[in-house]
Design a protein around this ligand. Structure first.
Ligand code: CA
Ligand code: CA
Length: 230
């Protein structure tokens, strides 16, 4: 009996040690590289401009890249495309990067390369920043596609992409269905008297963004009731 117990203890010890050894090994694969639109969802009023970042996460040795970013040309118009800090501010190349943005009819194309034979950049950050004007109400996808990430060996690096969306609404259209009516009034009314941080506070209902849903927000909806005029 005693011998048996000793055997069990020895076996348990052996198993624990095996598991410890197993745990010490680097079992985790490196996290996946992702190219994504930030923020993923934007809501903006008609005739206002807005900005999105194209970010990269968990990349190793990024030397150059290109990507397309689509948009619905009936509601959006790109105005500017600026390079973000990710490669530009971290590269060891003394001449920096060559950044080439092109605005096409319904997508923007961006290519960027480190100038000279220098290592790539690793980690996470912003590759570029796009500012759009809005020309009509509606929803537009902001898909990232045909993207290529290269390391200094000009080897393609596998990665995921996550698209974005933007909803362009008229002022007072709280639920984003394209019209200002009693539904929007009701949504604001349901949050009436709530302050930011409270459970019933609805940021969508706080139209003037002052941290409280009150008569001022109801008035904004009321002033646009019945829009758009048909
Ligand atoms: Ca509405
Ligand atoms: Ca308010």
């Amino acid at each position: 009996m005693k011998l048996k117990t000793t055997g069990v203890i020895a076996l348990t010890l052996f198993l624990s040690m095996s598991m410890l050894a197993f745990n010490l090994r680097p079992t985790q694969a490196s996290p996946e590289t992702t190219l994504y639109v930030d923020p993923a969802e934007t809501k903006v009023n008609l005739d206002k401009s807005f900005t999105i970042n194209i970010n990269i996460e968990n990349v190793a040795d990024l030397f150059s890249y290109e990507t397309k970013l689509g948009f619905d040309k009936t509601i959006l118009e790109p105005i500017t495309i600026e390079e973000g800090p990710f490669i530009k501010d971290q590269t060891t190349s003394p001449i920096g990067t060559f950044f080439l943005p092109i605005i096409k009819e319904d997508y923007v194309y961006v290519a960027c390369v480190t100038q000279g034979n220098y290592p790539g950049v690793s980690g996470s950050g912003t590759l570029f920043i796009v500012t759009f004007n809005t020309s009509d109400t509606g929803e537009s996808n902001l898909p990232l596609y045909d993207s290529i990430l290269l390391n200094p060996n000009v080897t393609k690096m596998p990665h995921n992409t996550i698209d974005g969306t933007v909803l362009v609404t008229i002022v007072g259209d709280v639920n984003g269905d394209g019209v200002v009516n009693v539904i929007d009034l009701s949504i604001v009314s349901l949050s009436y008297g709530t302050f930011e941080g409270e459970p019933d506070y609805n940021p969508e209902a706080d139209l003037n963004e002052d941290g409280v849903v009150d008569m001022r927000d109801l008035t904004i909806v009321a002033m646009h009731l019945g829009q758009p005029d048909t």
